[in-house]
Design a protein around this ligand. Sequence first.
Ligand SMILES: NC(=O)c1ccc[n+]([C@@H]2O[C@H](COP(=O)([O-])OP(=O)(O)OC[C@H]3O[C@@H](n4cnc5c(N)ncnc54)[C@H](O)[C@@H]3O)[C@@H](O)[C@H]2O)c1
Length: 464
Amino acid sequence: MSPGTIRAVLIGAGQRGALSYAPYALQFPEELEFVAVAEPDAKRRATFAAQHNIPQDKQFESWEPLLENPAVGEAVVIATQDWQHTAPAVAAMRAGYHVLLEKPMATTAEDCRLLYGTSAETGRQLFICHVLRYTPHFLKMRELVQSGVLGRIVQVSHRENVSFWHMAHSYVRGNWANSEQSSPMILAKCCHDLDILPWILGQNPVQLASTGSLMHFRPENAPEGAPARCLEGCPAEDVCPYFAPFIYQDMAPFWNSFADTSRGFHRWAARTYIHYPNLIQALSLVVPALRQLTHYEGWPLSVLAQDPAPENIEAALRDGPYGRCVYHCGSDVVDQQVVLMQMEDGAPVTLTMHGHSHNEVRTTRIEGSEGRLMAEFGPGGSRITLDEHRTDWHMEFDTSAGAGSGHGGGDLRLVAAFLDSLRRGDTEAALQGTREALQAHLLAFAAEESRLSGGFVSSETWGT
Ligand SMILES: NC(=O)c1ccc[n+]([C@@H]2O[C@H](COP(=O)([O-])OP(=O)(O)OC[C@H]3O[C@@H](n4cnc5c(N)ncnc54)[C@H](O)[C@@H]3O)[C@@H](O)[C@H]2O)c1
């Protein structure tokens, strides 16, 4: 360990903690080292401990005993489920740790304020994982808007097009299907969007209104005779887009989303793999890059089984939550919602979120008095185009982060920014960042309030 290495503790060695952020320590061991872990799942705990050489006496089944002891490092990464953020984050800051906390920071406005207040009071940095801020894509968009090239911003339409299979995976069959147990979908999925829109535009909303509902994933929409689980002889197995083996064994919808937003070799390879898997299997023997497709074991497969071998996926579909019929899951979160915000400068901004997109992609269209910006941000790549009214000057920017970079490169860049902030010790700047994250969360609660009660909610109500 070199003298500048930040020593960190991981709380929650699941998808995000172990697979999205912790790999930074393996890639840059001179910057970050994990020295302890708290994780109730014995297999996950052991795997993480082995990868990061964590001794037995620094492996815990839960975060409480770890945080009761004197601090063993400078930072804590908290990646437990949404409703398990506040207590460990407050305890960690009080124990003297700086905290990298997964979004949503908490599931109530009160707890979000408590977290912000604890950071202000203790002087411990609290970074919320708003990964989109660190992507080349949204950084470029912000730079372009703030350069003034579009003139005055007059209208913004931003869409979070959640693919039908991602919706089914996370918000119907998965961890975020119940708003009481986890979060309203506008918070779980779109606190990122509510964070970046004011940040890109350099102004805040003064009022908002929202509408939305759960339209499709209801028992009355089930195909006739559909059983509780896909593998129990569903009569719609050849036509239903949510048929679990189609999503998790064929993986065609997953690769389709990837292909649709990628270019060149990656696009060709993914499309060919969907239609001619044997050809790509054979070519992968001589073209190692193709093993990214043929040996894929990442999300969402890694959620079904820690070792996503075909027999384990089959077992998960037979017995686990991801093999259930989407119409019989009892989910209660929306599958479409629109938020209309009026910004300080008067411009209307719409955020449209829905879970029926053919492909996974965020799209943005910003109309200015002097030009137009259009953008798409997907799992295969991202791009921005800009057109100037007077000159008809057309510019294109490839803002892709490269293959295998989670959230368009945001995941690892976020960790780098957190470490950099700790090294600089700029508590004020970090607190300003936490305040902005708090603001994004309060916008999400206000949107949910408006959706349920109708009418506009003004910024005086949500405050900060
Ligand atoms: N930043 C993003 O873009 C982004 C993307 C996806 C998910 N998330 C958020 O990340 C968080 C984690 O999601 P995930 O998909 O990794 O979930 P996960 O279920 O895979 O991981 C959570 C882990 O926490 C562990 N845990 C439970 N109780 C614990 C305790 N008492 N002490 C320590 N660990 C405990 C669980 O066993 C599990 O391994 C969620 O809040 C989610 O909303 C953020």
